[in-house]
Ligand binder design. Structure first.
Ligand code: GRG
Length: 308
């Protein structure tokens, strides 16, 4: 399938092979992650095997792709952005390992394979998540920083997105909302933190690695925020419409856990319209790049149309 980054009224109608782009970036990200992570044989081997098991289980690498594409939109390089792209993927993978634990979502499958705790046990899975989170900061800490974004700004960006005000806040609200009737506003609060914060951080870090101007960084923030919200709505829709085989994880989990989602609160059709509107907001945020953000535009279009 070739998704094209075209839309009615776009000033720059572009055709872009997003599948080829993602395949290329995934290869480069996987090679970089392999270099950054301790070898599977490094002592204690169990933890390094467990970290690598989930990290290389076949994730779509969307956050690294956003980071790299944001860097390119700002005139930066893939090489400069790569450590930050890998850092974000380590945080994302840690959150999935912990989310799958029996004490959280209790899932058996992730990325088309048995979940980390199913292979290594709960204790090692918790530690593999912890170790990936720590690894993310080590990778980022090795960057020198950029004139507008010193070392400290980069680390603060990651701590903000991964911390108790964003990623963890979203998960807390998600856990506390299970089985309860929650409003659309409360659901948006969860999505902003659980999902949008890390996607937005990915785009922003790409911009920072390119020494983005204040206006460029604001544009990437708007873009990442809206793409992140659309991403979670599509995820909720796919949980209902796709099979476990298609998703590589257990389908229908939200219904089973009596989780509030956009489809359950506003209905399927309205959810699709909201995701489209959010994606258009994301496109609008890219105008400042005057045609240099084709990869970001194609990624946003792909995230809206994706089937897994
Ligand atoms: C901190 C204890 C602790 C847990 C954190 C925040 C969190 C747990 C988990 C969040 C997991 C989750 C379901 C987040 C929502 C975002 C989402 C839909 C993730 C799936 O992302 P994809 O589709 O996955 O990009 P792949 O596997 O392709 O990388």
């Amino acid at each position: 399938m070739t998704a094209t980054a075209t839309r009615v009224g776009a000033r720059h109608q572009q055709s872009f092979d997003i599948q080829a782009y993602l395949a290329d970036r995934t290869g480069a990200v996987n090679a970089a992650l392999d270099r950054f992570l301790p070898r599977a044989t490094a002592r204690p081997a169990t933890i390094h095997k467990a970290m690598r098991y989930s990290l290389f289980a076949g994730g779509k690498r969307l956050r690294p792709a956003l980071c790299l594409a944001a860097a390119e939109a700002c005139g930066g390089s893939v090489d400069d952005a790569m450590p930050l792209a890998c850092s974000v993927e380590c945080i994302h993978t840690y959150s999935l390992i912990h989310d799958d634990l029996p004490a959280m979502d209790n899932d058996d499958y992730r990325r088309g394979k048995l979940t980390n705790h199913k292979i290594f046990g709960d204790g090692i899975a918790i530690l593999a998540g912890d170790a990936l989170l720590t690894q993310a900061f080590e990778i980022a800490a090795r960057c020198n920083g950029w004139p507008r974004y010193p070392h400290q700004a980069i680390l603060l960006e990651l701590t903000h997105a991964a911390g108790s005000g964003q990623l963890i806040a979203g998960q807390v609200a998600d856990l506390e909302g299970e089985g309860k009737k929650i409003s659309a506003a409360q659901l948006k609060y969860i999505h902003e933190r659980k999902t949008s914060a890390l996607l937005c951080c990915s785009a922003r870090l790409g911009g920072m690695s390119a020494n983005a101007t204040r206006a460029q960084l604001q544009a990437l923030t708007d873009f990442g925020y809206h793409v992140g919200l659309a991403f979670q709505i599509i995820d909720d829709i796919l949980d209902i419409t796709q099979t476990s085989e298609q998703l590589g994880k257990t389908a229908g989990k939200d219904t089973q856990a009596q989780k509030a989602t956009y489809p359950t609160i506003v209905g399927m059709e309205k959810s699709k319209r909201i995701a489209q509107r959010l994606t258009h907001c994301a496109f609008d945020a890219l105008k400042i790049f005057r045609g240099k953000a084709v990869a970001l535009e194609a990624l946003a279009a792909y995230l809206l149309q994706r089937d897994r």
